[in-house]
Design a protein around this ligand. Structure first.
Ligand code: C2E
Ligand code: CA
Ligand code: CA
Length: 949
């Protein structure tokens, strides 16, 4: 135990000793009282003698004892008295009582014995016993505190110890010694008892201390237990709460899981939708990690391509078209610097080695918080190649709609105007706003019964058959009176329900005038007002090819004014022109019965006469002309006489083809001149002709076909878009053993007379298909060959079989073949021709109209026949650069485009022509600029070279 505790214990020990001793002191006092009383009683019982000393002592002794007893009791229960004072009181009391007892012993043993002789030793002994009993009681009650006992004991024994010395008592020594021993024993007993008391007290105090401690511990532990119980209760509460929360949580988790699953399902569906949308819309996403220098491109769900690029972005830059790069960089920089909300650009990128338009939209999604530099950017891009193409197509269509020189209109299914092109309003002279919403025939006057009847008929036909195509004459509400070609066609939806009508009106008056003017300019000479050489040849060609007509015998007369150059030089050009005018006039008057009178050039004229069966008619006619034309001409008031030379060639005697007939007539004229002029000369068969007569030619040609002397040459057609080879035209050549290579113009007209033309046609078709097959085997898949077909082949009715045979022999698709027809083969618009051409079209073979512009150039051919392509004749192409002729080329291209036909320019020889045609939208080129017709080997080489480029 600690020192403090010891101190406390010691203090509490002395306090408890004092208290207990004080209480015991009372019992001790009582015993002293009882012993004193007993002594008195004994004394008075046995003795009659009354001693004053004794009585006084006894009295005082009794009084002291009683007072002490009372006071002690009082002090014990007084709260005011401190343990120290109580201790002092007890000490004083013990000392007093001891002194009183000592006095009593002295009185009894000394005085009483002396005064009263009766007093016996027994009495003394009794007194001693009484005194000793007091000591014993003293040991019992006073040894709590040893000093109380000593204060009582020492004064009380003093008389006995001092008696020998003071009183020289006669008490035997033995007694004295006995007393000493007795006192010593009493004293030792007192000490021992005191020790026992002390130890017991100590133990008691310890026990109490421990008791208190354990009580405290008990209290503490019960407090702890209470606290523990409270804690346990709390824990239980918390546990219950926890369980409840747990259940709630589980419930929540289940709900959340269910929701998350639902969201997940929805997300998956959205993702699938998004992927599908991306795929169908051609959208792919990208993520640009600027920090890591990577670009992630994901096109489909699983396909992610990561491009790691270096410092100067070269890998990325290479993907962007150089022309689009500056704009791209500008927009990207703007966005990266935060000047734009998002990055949006349309540009071309390299995809599978091809530039392809895309629309790119992106946004920076993370920036450095301090420097604000962009860190990451996301975006999507969309393939808009098709859109751009469609837009261009739409633009083109819109351009055609707006610029075509024909009135185009769109009607709803009630025949009310929805849309008209500018030319339409211009033509009918009614503003656009007054047209839209009105019925088709609300724009025209319907006052006359016949007219409104006709309109009702047209409306009915349009509604019933979905088509109307005829010439109409209309008086418009603007007052304009027009002759129109009206063409209306229904537009149907997927269920064949009519949704709109599209119509075209063509101002026939204007066009006829225009055509007439064009034809005139093309075919007539202004000075003489006579057809020119082109017209002459054309007419001659028609005479030669028309088998149906009655003209199977005619003559060509070539007339030349003798020494016209001299005349011109002698007078002047004006006089020369005047002479030509008058000469033509007289010629026309005299030759009114000629099939054709033409002015070829300078002073050259030509006539064609139908001879019928009268063979000498031409001789008379020539003589007549000679005499009429030799009569003087009055030129600016002066008379002039001239002479003429004539050369005559006859059909079919002198040739069956234009060139040969022309040649022979020319030779005859030269012969006439040689004879000094003023002469009529007939071509002499025996002079110089490759083919002496047609019978030999026919025989030779047959032989040539057999010997395989005919060869097909191929002339490439080049695509204007990318200068690639689109196809070839097959052109026949005859390698004659004597005359070398003969051009087709020299032998085809004769072949057309007989079945030979069909044989040649079949030969070319077979060769062309064989060639296609060979090229396909070499890997040239989409090369198409155009084969020329003449009217005779169509009429002979063998064409379709020839085509089918060739296609099946070489296993070639019909799409690889194209037929080229001239307008002259369509002149006789017979039902069979239309039927045959439709069959060809159904078979998948395309048809081109050859030499367009030289014949009638009629729009009817283009609309009535299933034509896909127009070939602009080389005579127009060669004149590009001359404004008047350019107008014709422009008109042909615009018309072709408006009708949705593709356009081929033939006879292209210069770069200027290409440039010009390209600007006007011509689709294909053919001509010496690219290549002359090549034989099979050369054309394969040509293809190979083109691929290498
Ligand atoms: P075409 O159909 O008009 O053929 C085009 C003619 O123009 C070819 O003459 C060709 O060599 C020539 N040409 C091509 N490019 C140029 C150029 O840049 N400048 C010039 N001045 N001429 C060029 P070719 O081969 O003499 O053929 C003449 C005509 O013979 C053809 O005229 C065609 O009508 C006919 N023809 C040729 N082969 C056949 C054939 O196999 N069958 C039939 N029925 N007719 C054929
Ligand atoms: Ca041709
Ligand atoms: Ca041609």
């Amino acid at each position: 135990m600690s020192d403090i505790q010891d101190e406390l214990i010691t203090e509490s020990l002395s306090t408890s000793q004092i208290k207990r001793a004080a209480q015991h002191l009372r019992y001790f006092l009582m015993w002293v009282f009882v012993a004193s009383l007993f002594n008195i009683v004994m004394y008075h019982l046995f003795y009659d003698y009354s001693s004053n000393h004794y009585n006084i002592w006894m009295f005082f002794n009794m009084v002291i004892v009683v007072i002490s007893c009372i006071l002690t009791r009082k002090f014990i229960y007084s709260k005011k008295i401190t343990p120290l004072n109580l201790d002092a009181w007890c000490q004083l009391l013990c000392l007093t009582i001891g002194s009183s007892i000592g006095i009593g012993v002295l009185i009894i043993n000394h005085y009483l014995m002396v005064e009263n002789s009766e007093i016996t030793g027994i009495h003394v002994l009794l007194s001693s016993l009484m005194t000793s009993s007091i000591y014993i009681i003293g040991i019992v009650y006073l040894t709590q505190r040893l000093r109380y006992f000593i204060y009582m004991f020492i004064p009380s024994i003093l008389p006995v110890i001092l008696a020998k010395i003071i009183f020289a008592s006669n008490v035997p020594h033995v007694y004295n010694y006995l007393f000493y021993v007795w006192f010593t024993i009493v004293f030792i007993s007192a000490i021992l008892t005191h020790r026992i008391h002390r130890r017991l007290n100590l133990l008691n105090i310890h026990n109490q201390f421990y008791l208190r401690q354990s009580k405290i511990h008990l209290d503490e532990s019960s407090l702890l237990q209470q606290q523990l119980e409270q804690e346990i209760d709390k824990c239980k509460g918390i546990e219950n709460d926890l369980q409840m929360h747990n259940q709630l949580l589980e419930q929540k988790v289940k709900e959340r899981t269910y929701h998350i699953n639902q969201i997940n399902d929805r997300l998956e569906n959205h993702q699938a939708n998004l992927d599908f949308a991306h795929e169908t819309a051609g959208i792919s996403s990208w993520l640009w990690n600027i920090e890591k220098r990577t670009v992630e491109l994901s096109s489909k769900k699983t396909e992610v391509r990561v491009i790691q690029y270096d410092n100067n972005l070269e890998q990325i830059n290479l993907l962007i078209h150089p022309e689009d790069k500056p704009e791209y960089n500008k927009l990207m920089r703007r966005h990266l610097r935060g000047f734009s909300e998002r990055f949006e650009a349309t540009y071309r990128i390299l995809k599978n080695n091809q530039w392809c338009w895309i629309e790119d939209i992106g946004k920076v999604i993370a920036r450095d918080p301090i420097t604000h530099k962009p860190l990451r950017m996301v975006g999507i891009h969309r393939d808009i190649e098709q859109e751009i193409k469609d837009q261009e197509q739409l633009k083109l269509a819109a351009n055609v709609f707006n610029q075509v020189e024909q009135g185009v209109f769109v009607l709803d299914n009630n025949l009310c105007f929805i849309e008209v092109n500018p030319f339409f309003s211009k033509l009918v002279d009614i503003p656009n706003e007054q047209i839209l919403g009105k019925h088709l025939f609300d724009l025209t006057s319907n006052t006359i019964f016949e007219i409104s009847n006709k309109h009702a008929e047209i409306s009915q036909q349009v509604i019933l058959h979905g088509e109307y195509d005829a010439e109409v004459q209309e008086q418009f509400i603007s007052g304009k009176h027009l002759t129109l070609w009206l063409h209306i066609n229904a537009v149907r939806d997927d269920n064949s329900k009519i949704i709109n009508y599209i119509g075209v009106i063509t101002d026939l008056t204007e066009r006829i005038k225009h055509e007439q003017r064009l034809a005139y300019l093309e075919n007539y000479n202004l000075l003489t007002d006579l057809p020119n050489r082109v017209y002459f040849n054309l007419h001659l060609h028609q005479l030669l090819v028309s088998k149906s007509g009655p003209i199977n015998h005619f003559a060509i007369i070539r007339i030349n004014i003798d020494r016209f150059r001299n005349f011109n030089e002698f007078l002047n050009n004006q006089a020369g022109d005047e002479l030509l005018k008058q000469f033509s006039k007289r010629l026309k008057q005299t030759s009114f019965d000629a099939l054709l009178i033409a002015y070829l050039n300078n002073d050259d004229f030509a006539l064609i006469y139908n001879l019928g069966s009268q063979h000498n008619f031409i001789g008379q006619k020539a003589e007549e002309l000679m005499s009429v034309l030799q009569k003087p001409f009055n030129i600016f008031g002066q008379e002039h006489t001239i002479s003429i030379s004539m050369g005559i060639a006859l059909f079919p005697e002198h040739g069956r083809q234009i060139s040969s007939l022309n040649n022979h007539a020319e030779i005859a004229l030269v012969e006439a001149k040689k004879l000094g002029g003023n002469t009529i000369y007939y071509y002499d068969n025996k002079s110089n002709s490759i083919f002496e007569n047609d019978i030999h030619l026919e025989r030779d040609l047959r032989q040539a076909i057999k010997n395989d002397d005919l060869e097909v040459y191929y002339q490439p057609k080049i695509s204007a878009r990318d200068m690639s080879v689109h196809g070839f035209e097959a052109l026949i050549r005859w390698s004659h053993p004597d005359y070398g290579v003969i051009q087709p113009d020299a032998f085809l007209p004769i072949a057309e007379e007989s079945s030979l033309i069909s044989e040649i046609g079949q030969y070319v078709m077979l060769k062309a298909c064989k060639q296609i097959h060979e090229w396909q085997q070499l890997g040239f898949q989409d090369i198409r060959i155009s084969v020329n077909v003449v009217a005779q082949q169509i009429h002979r009715g063998q064409l379709m079989d020839d085509i089918n045979l060739a296609l099946s022999t070489y296993d070639v698709a019909p799409q690889s073949i194209e037929l080229e027809l001239t307008e002259s083969s369509l002149v006789n618009k017979s039902e069979e021709v239309i039927e045959l051409l439709n069959k060809i079209k159904e078979r998948g073979i395309e048809i081109a109209l050859d030499d367009f512009g030289t014949g009638y150039s009629s729009l009817a051919y283009l609309t009535d026949y299933p034509i896909n392509t127009l070939k602009i004749d080389k005579s127009f192409i060669s004149k590009i650069g001359k404004s008047k002729d350019e107008a014709i080329v422009n008109a042909i291209i615009a018309m072709g485009k408006a009708l949705g036909l593709s356009l081929v320019a033939e006879g292209v020889e210069t770069f200027e022509q290409i440039e010009y045609l390209q600007q006007r939208g011509c689709d294909f080129f053919q001509g010496y600029y690219f290549s002359k017709p090549l034989n099979s080997t050369q054309s394969t080489e040509f293809l190979n070279q083109k691929v290498m480029q």
